[in-house]
Design a protein around this ligand. Structure first.
Ligand code: SAM
Ligand code: DTB
Ligand code: SF4
Length: 336
C-alpha cells in the first residue's frame, strides 16, 4: 500500500541520525509519495531556492563524434554497435566558435562540448583548451564532457576557463554493471573528485528508462545527493533509444515516473540546477510541463543533442510562452 500523505513527511525525512546525507530509504520514501504530494513538495523547494519561472538554456555540440571504445549500452557513439554514427575527426576550432556564437545568438547561456572518448589523451586536450577559451571569449559559460580525466587535465581545463565538467554516474551502482563493463563506478567518482579538486563546477546526473527498478532510480539520486558537495548541475536524461544499441527496444518507462525522478532530484539537491535533458521529444509538452513544476530549471536547447534530435528552438519558445517560462539570462543567479 502507498503511504498516506499524512505519514509522508516522516517517510521522506532527509537523514538518519548522525548521517549528513540522504539514506536510500529516505529517497525511496520520496519516490513512494502520492504524485501530487511529491510534486507540491518539490515545487516548494524549487520556489524557495530558485527564480520560479526561469529556465537555464545549455546548447550541446559534439566536438568529436563516434568511434568510442567504451561499451555504454545506451550510446550510439560506441564503435562496437552498428548505429550508423560515423567515426569523425575532431571539429576545427572555427566551426566550434561559430556554433557557440549561434547558440548565444539563439539565447543559450552555456555551451557544452562533448567528445566520444573514454578520456582525453594529452594531445587531444590542447585543441579542447582552445575551444574553451573561444567559448569564454563570447561571454558564455563553458562546459565539457570528455570522459575520464587523468592527473593534471582538470587543472588544465580550469586554467583555460572551463566553468563546468559533465561526467554522469548514469545509474545506481547496483545496476551499473548491466550498462557498462569497460569502466567502473569508482572510476567515475574519481574523475568527479579531480574536477572538484581543480575548482570546476560539477555537472553530474544520469539516465532514466534503461530497465532499472525504482529502487535503482532512488539509488542513483542518493549517490548524487550524497556527493559532498552535491553537483551544481544535475542532468536527468530520458533514455533516447537508438537502433543498434543494446538498449534499443527496452520497455519505455512510465513518463510520470520520469517526472517523479526530477522531483526527487529537486528535493534532495535544493540548490542544484536540475536539467530536463535528453529525450524531451519523446516526453511531449504535458510531461515537460510537469517536469518544470517538479523543479526542472534547465534544458538542452537547440535542434540537436550530440548525435540525436532535440525539440527545435521554435517549439521550445512556443512551449515557454504557453507556460509563462522565461530563459535565464547571462549573469542571472538562483535566489540562494
Ligand atoms: N564520452 C564521455 C563520457 O561518456 O563521459 C562524454 C560524452 S557521453 C555521450 C555523456 C553522457 O551522455 C553519458 O554519460 C550519458 O549519460 C548521456 N547519454 C549518452 N547516450 C545517451 C542516450 N542514448 N540517451 C540518454 N543519454 C545518453
Ligand atoms: C548529459 O547528461 N546528456 C547529454 C550531455 N550530458 C552530454 C548527452 C545526451 C546524449 C543523447 C544521445 C546523443 O545525442 O548522442
Ligand atoms: Fe563513449 Fe561516452 Fe558513449 Fe560511453 S557514453 S560509449 S564513453 S561516448
Amino acid at each position: 500500500m502507498q503511504p498516506s500523505s499524512r505519514s509522508a513527511p516522516a517517510a521522506a525525512q532527509a537523514t538518519s541520525a548522525g548521517l549528513p546525507g540522504w539514506t536510500l530509504a529516505a529517497v525511496e520514501g520520496l519516490f513512494a509519495l502520492p504524485f501530487n504530494d511529491l510534486l507540491a513538495r518539490a515545487y516548494q523547494v524549487h520556489a524557495a531556492h530558485h527564480e520560479r519561472n526561469a529556465v537555464q538554456l545549455s546548447t550541446l555540440l559534439s566536438i568529436k563524434t563516434g568511434g568510442c571504445p567504451e561499451d555504454c549500452a545506451y550510446c550510439p557513439q560506441a564503435a562496437r554497435y552498428h548505429t550508423g554514427v560515423p567515426n569523425e575527426a575532431m571539429l576545427p576550432l572555427g566551426e566550434v566558435a561559430a556554433a557557440a556564437a549561434a547558440a548565444k545568438a539563439a539565447g543559450a547561456t552555456r555551451f557544452c562540448m562533448g567528445a566520444a572518448w573514454r578520456g582525453p589523451k594529452d594531445r587531444d586536450l590542447e585543441p579542447v583548451l582552445a575551444m574553451v577559451r573561444e567559448v569564454k571569449a563570447l561571454g558564455l559559460e563553458s562546459c565539457a564532457t570528455l570522459g575520464m580525466l587523468k592527473d593534471g587535465q582538470a587543472e588544465a581545463l580550469k586554467r583555460a576557463g572551463l566553468d563546468y565538467y559533465n561526467h554522469n554516474l548514469d545509474t545506481a551502482p547496483e545496476f551499473y554493471g548491466e550498462i557498462i563493463t569497460t569502466r567502473e563506478y569508482r572510476d567515475r567518482l574519481e574523475t568527479l573528485v579531480r574536477v572538484r579538486g581543480a575548482g570546476i563546477k560539477v555537472c553530474c546526473g544520469g539516465i532514466v528508462g534503461m530497465g532499472e527498478s525504482r529502487a535503482e532510480r532512488a539509488g542513483l539520486i542518493a549517490q548524487l545527493a550524497n556527493l559532498d558537495p552535491y553537483p551544481e548541475s544535475v542532468p536527468i536524461n530520458n533514455l533516447v533509444q537508438v537502433e543498434g544499441t543494446p538498449l534499443y527496444g527496452t520497455e519505455s518507462i512510465d513518463p510520470l515516473e520520469f517526472v517523479r525522478t526530477v522531483a526527487v532530484a529537486r528535493i534532495t539537491m535544493p540548490r542544484a540546477t536540475v536539467r530536463l535533458s535528453a529525450g524531451r521529444r519523446e516526453l511531449g509538452d504535458g510531461i515537460q510541463a510537469l517536469c518544470f513544476f517538479a523543479g526542472a530549471n534547465s534544458i538542452f536547447y537547440g535542434d540537436k543533442l550530440l548525435t540525436t534530435g532535440n525539440p527545435d528552438v521554435e517549439a521550445d519558445r512556443a512551449l515557454f510562452r504557453r507556460l509563462g517560462l522565461t530563459a535565464l539570462e547571462a549573469g542571472d543567479r538562483t535566489t540562494t
